[in-house]
Design a protein around this ligand. Structure first.
Ligand code: NAD
Ligand code: TDX
Length: 331
């Protein structure tokens, strides 16, 4: 199978390429614009004869058309992905997440091509902390931030292209990922690398907000299952029952790294900060037989800490610029 992977130099995309290439029958082309979030080092050591990297944007219609025509399946990871950045400047989010998805869908339509769309649980808005409910495939869309609004819009474009043009697409909405090669702007890598640098972790608001954590490999195994045996036109929610408050995550990081669990600072809250996300992945489990291989968050977190300790050469070049951006908002 010839796979076109957009955003394949980012966190989840690069892990996906690594997992997909374990199958010797897979050839991968990465299409990535190498924004601040794209990193060639995340693709080091992959078999060059089965992995090609193209630098370019998903908004480039000519390039996208030619690449789609030359592949069997496109998996669309490319996005502006960070909520805090979307609050400072929404413009690249509108371009890449909306115009980029539109550009891909038009190429997919012309070439009757199999397309899988990667999205997020944030399209559903948030849940109350004490609400027993979780998001399902039937939860109404209610995004809160410019990031989640553009992701919601991109999902709706896919649904419309399926219904109106018969495009062969599936969508997955996943909860918060963690694991190797995640940018240090994101919560878990930021706090781990802060502790390595002797800086206290920084919690927004009171730290009570809850995220539903899943290991990136479990997300990507689910994506491969959907491409292999998912029903065209359907949406699948991906999650591994990994709800944790941000405060609990920071306390675990501090303890695992030999610090006092209370050695963190509370900083100003994210505007519009979603309270809680939680995924009901019953459909994925029951219809496609998927189950997470890393269901134990504490041991997955310990492995992630080990990875950042061992791979300082990968993250060090981006750390200072990231913290300079946070310094501007006092976070
Ligand atoms: P990331 O920011 O680490 O990577 C994004 C990649 O896309 C980068 O390599 C970047 O260079 C590339 N890119 C950006 N604009 C581009 C453009 N115009 N053309 C081509 N490439 C471009 O993001 P991530 O965390 O790996 O997220 C990947 C996808 O998964 C996104 O669609 C995101 O919405 C979704 N998602 C992420 C999470 C999470 O927890 N990180 C959870 C659910 C869904
Ligand atoms: O320093 C911090 N302190 C803090 O308390 C940072 C960076 C974050 N936080 C909080 C905000 C969130 O409640 O931690 C939580 C996680 O923050 P992020 O890593 O920014 O993730 P989130 O906003 O939840 O979005 C992530 O999951 C869904 C991804 O970035 C999205 O791409 C994905 O769609």
């Amino acid at each position: 199978m010839r796979l076109l992977v957009t955003g394949g130099a980012g966190f989840i995309g690069s892990n996906f390429v690594r997992t997909a290439l374990k199958d010797a029958a897979h050839h991968v082309t990465v299409l990535d614009a190498f924004t601040y979030a794209g990193n060639r080092g995340s693709l080091d050591g992959l078999p060059a004869e089965r992995c090609t990297v193209v630098e370019g944007s998903v908004c480039d219609a000519g390039l996208v058309d030619a690449l789609v025509a030359a592949h069997d399946v496109t998996v669309h990871f490319a996005a502006e992905s960070h909520n805090d950045n979307s609050l400072n400047d929404p413009s690249p989010f509108v371009q890449t997440n909306l115009v980029g998805t539109y550009t891909l869908l038009e190429a997919v339509r012309r070439h009757d091509h199999r397309y899988h769309h990667i999205s997020t649980d944030e399209v559903y808005g948030d849940l109350e902390l004490d609400d027993p409910a979780k998001f399902t495939e039937r939860t109404p869309y209610n995004p809160s931030s410019p990031y989640s609004a553009t992701k919601a819009g991109s999902d709706l474009l896919v649904r419309a292209w399926v219904r109106s043009f018969g495009v062969r697409a599936t969508i997955s909405n996943c909860s918060n990922n963690y694991g190797p090669y995640q940018h240090v702007e994101k919560f878990i890598p930021r706090q781990i690398t802060n502790v390595i640098d002797g800086v206290r972790p920084r919690l927004y608001g009171t730290g009570a907000n809850v995220r539903d954590w899943i290991h990136v490999e479990d997300h990507n195994e689910a994506v491969l299952a959907i491409i292999d045996r998912g029903t065209i036109g359907e949406t699948y929610l991906i999650g591994a029952d990994g709800e944790q408050s941000n405060r609990a995550v920071v306390e675990q990081i501090l303890t695992l790294m030999g610090q006092e669990p209370s050695a963190y600072d509370l900083v100003s809250d994210r505007p519009g900060h979603d309270l809680r996300y939680a995924i009901d992945a019953s459909r994925l489990r029951e219809e496609l037989g998927w189950a997470p291989r890393y269901p134990d968050f504490p041991s997955g977190l310990a492995a992630a800490i080990d990875w950042y300790v061992a791979n300082e050469a990968w993250w060090r070049p981006m750390k200072a610029a990231t913290e300079n951006r946070y310094a501007k908002t006092g976070q």
